[in-house]
Design a protein around this ligand. Sequence first.
Ligand code: GDP
Ligand code: MG
Length: 171
Amino acid sequence: MKIVLIGSGGVGKSCIALRYLKDRFVEEYDPTIEESYSTTIELDGHTVPLELVDTAGQEEFKSFRDATLDFGEAFIIVFSITDDASYKEATKLVTKVEKLFMDEDVTPILLVGNKCDLKDRRKVEEAVARGFCEQHNITYMETSAKESTNVRDAFAHIIRLLRRTNPTGNG
Ligand code: GDP
Ligand code: MG
């Protein structure tokens, strides 16, 4: 399974990847890092080979469009609940990715509002993001890479979604 993290810079994509893969958090993470991690994870009694792609910009999104289409994989679209512009960007990305999967029954997207530990800096209301996701028939989750809130659940959700779409696929 190939899962791709996309979203504006600084929203916490790399920290989410690091939290999920290594259960660690760093305050400073190199914003230019583009990394693809290959691992296997255990979920629901299955061993799932997982490739996780951590992106660092829109340009990359364009370049892996084709590969993504070929493999029919999934996107975790991340914004920060403290940053309204990142939410707007995320909603645009949802619309873009939806088009890629127009012919599929399930749109393999999870929208994630990260940094939910920063409650007093919240700019994006949970109800607004939830409402958007209901309209688009995708799931919304709030995470904190820092406090390890919902990060594992987010990946479990998207992996289950992928498995449902492609039960005989690689994992
Ligand atoms: P990316 O550009 O989307 O990969 O963002 P990074 O993962 O590099 O994170 C950007 C900044 O946000 C870093 O200073 C992180 O320490 C911080 N950060 C990431 N996730 C969280 C979180 O859940 N809570 C808080 N408070 N800070 C976070
Ligand atoms: Mg990054």
